[in-house]
Ligand binder design. Structure first.
Ligand SMILES: Cc1cc2nc3c(=O)[nH]c(=O)nc-3n(C[C@H](O)[C@H](O)[C@H](O)COP(=O)(O)OP(=O)(O)OC[C@H]3O[C@@H](n4cnc5c(N)ncnc54)[C@H](O)[C@@H]3O)c2cc1C
Length: 484
């Protein structure tokens, strides 16, 4: 059963009854609702009956029970920074946006278990602060950390810049508290490193983008804080050379290597164009750059010496053309800014076509070379804005229009190429045994595209899971799975 298909004949539900069933805030004013019905990239605009902001887990459960009773869809929303339209309601207007913003307490820090238990609406930056106050590290690291929430991070299984060393959100989660689609509370906040007692419900909810239940709290792993973090940048000829550098860096630095990011020259040029105070730290351009970070448990001097030795060896071996090692926190931040400003610089340049892909790490060089060539053959002049988490096999493989057709007057012409460019890219990803959504989830953006590539068996299993956990189909309908 699907709420969206089933509901047109139902009368509008009594929102006063909803307001009375939980403590917190119910927003119904159309103007106030606008912020909750459009996604971060302003690509999707939906409609909703109201936005509910409960301040307790029991409140979340009461709202979900009310929604189940009235066959109203529930669209969980955290910081609304998702990039796949997962937190935006559909256009039916028969949904409640369930904002977790008021579930924002740090419940417990355990420095012996190295864990922290927080409610779903705590922002990622607040988790960092709480961990830091306990002299610990919570390593998940996203540019959106001031706004995105732990509930959203887990529901999208977020990645970011430290996956290479610490894993993505799933690997950082020990336990969950969830309100089920039937409005019951499952307390799975176990904080255990080992627990083999049947099906792993925690892992089902992680990455399910609000389609199976509402995450209300999580127990997360903490780590000792590194003594020093040092950043370096290397200029390389192509992604193949970057992969050779990765192998060498892992051999020399082992687990202290915490980030390994690839940035193509066009990315740096766009950053320099829109943020002229940020310059590449080399005399001339190079086709690609690698940003490396090491987290050392000895000292900054030790980290610097390790990096210097690595770069010397890489230059001697002809892997790296040139390299700089940051000698201060300010220099490290300046190098990171070159990487973190790429998305914003690309957005300021005009419309672009985005992909968030992963392939086995060893295949990245071949993937980029072959797919670039095929795209150029089919769409001459398009410009590749390639950057991302090379150490995880994950690239933001984006496309900008040709220079001579890049003004706003050419936008429609460029966007008409999108289906073709997506198809060439995603076919290549699948041919390399990769994924068409490495860290941003499917939401509504990649839902149908994903179904196109998954096997019948995989789709059938996913539908069975959905049916078992959300038999009324009220949880975030239209996301992840296409309508049956
Ligand atoms: C500038 C910028 C940079 C970014 N960089 C990265 C990056 O490097 N790596 C990366 O992985 N992502 C990145 N993102 C994407 C985004 O920040 C992540 O997907 C983040 O995890 C979303 O968290 P949120 O709280 O904003 O979730 P929302 O956007 O509010 O929701 C995302 C999805 O999760 C569901 N959801 C939210 N909360 C809950 C809950 N409590 N229970 C159940 N379902 C819920 C929603 O229904 C939706 O489907 C970036 C975004 C921006 C704007």
């Amino acid at each position: 059963m699907n709420v969206a298909n089933e509901t047109p004949s139902l009368p509008p539900p009594d929102l006063e009854a909803l307001r009375a069933c939980f403590s917190g805030r119910l927003i119904t004013d159309a103007r106030d609702l606008e912020a909750f019905t459009v996604d971060w990239r302003r690509r999707y605009v939906g409609r909703t009956l109201a936005c509910a902001q409960p301040d307790s887990v029991d409140g979340v459960a009461a709202i979900v029970r009310w929604c189940a009773e009235h066959r109203v869809a529930v669209v969980p929303q955290g910081g609304n920074t998702g990039l796949s339209g997962g937190a935006t309601p559909d256009e039916s207007g028969r949904s409640i946006v369930l904002s977790l913003a008021r579930l924002a307490r740090v419940r417990h820090v355990d420095t012996i278990n190295n864990s922290i238990t927080v409610e779903a609406g705590v922002t990622l930056a607040q988790v960092h602060e709480a961990a830091n106050a306990a002299n610990r590290l919570f390593p998940l690291s996203l540019p959106s950390e001031g706004t995105c929430t732990i509930g959203g991070n887990l529901s999208t299984n977020a990645g970011g810049a430290a996956v290479l060393r610490y894993g993505n959100a799933r690997e950082l989660c020990l336990g969950l508290e969830v309100v089920t689609a039937g409005g019951r509370v499952w307390n799975g906040l176990r904080g255990l490193r080992k627990d083999n007692t049947g099906y792993d419900l925690r892992d089902l909810f992680i990455g399910s983008e609000g389609t199976l239940g509402v995450i209300t709290a999580a127990t997360l792993k903490l780590y000792p804080k590194p003594v020093a973090q040092v950043t370096a940048m290397a200029a390389v000829e192509n992604p193949h050379a970057a992969l050779r550098l990765l192998e060498l860096a892992q051999a020399r630095l082992g687990p202290t290597l915490t980030a390994f990011e690839l940035i193509s020259n066009l990315c740096i040029e766009l950053v320099q164009q829109h943020f002229p105070e940020h310059r590449r730290p080399f005399a001339g351009p190079s086709p690609y750059y690698v940003l490396l970070e090491t987290s050392d448990s000895e000292s900054e001097a030790h980290a610097n010496a390790q990096f210097e030795a690595l770069m010397e060896q890489a230059i001697e071996a002809g892997i790296v053309l040139d390299a700089v090692v940051a000698t201060s926190g300010a220099q490290s931040r300046a190098l990171w800014a070159l990487r973190e400003l790429v998305s914003e610089a690309q957005a300021l340049t005009g419309k672009n076509i985005k992909h968030d892909i992963s392939v086995p790490i060893s295949s990245i060089g071949d993937f980029v070379e072959q797919t670039n060539a095929e795209l150029q053959r089919r769409f001459p002049g398009i410009r590749m804005v390639v950057f991302g988490h090379l150490g995880d096999g994950n690239l933001h493989y984006n496309v900008s229009p040709p220079v001579d057709r890049s003004g706003p007057e050419h936008e429609d012409e460029f966007l008409a190429m999108q289906p073709g460019i997506n198809r060439v890219t995603h076919d290549a990803v699948v041919a390399f045994n990769g994924s068409i959504s490495a860290e941003h989830g499917l939401g509504q953006l990649r839902r149908d595209e994903s179904a196109r590539y998954k096997s019948d068996v995989e789709m059938a299993l996913m539908r069975q899971v959905k049916q078992a956990l959300d038999p009324l189909g009220i949880m975030n309908p239209g996301k992840v799975l296409p309508p049956a």
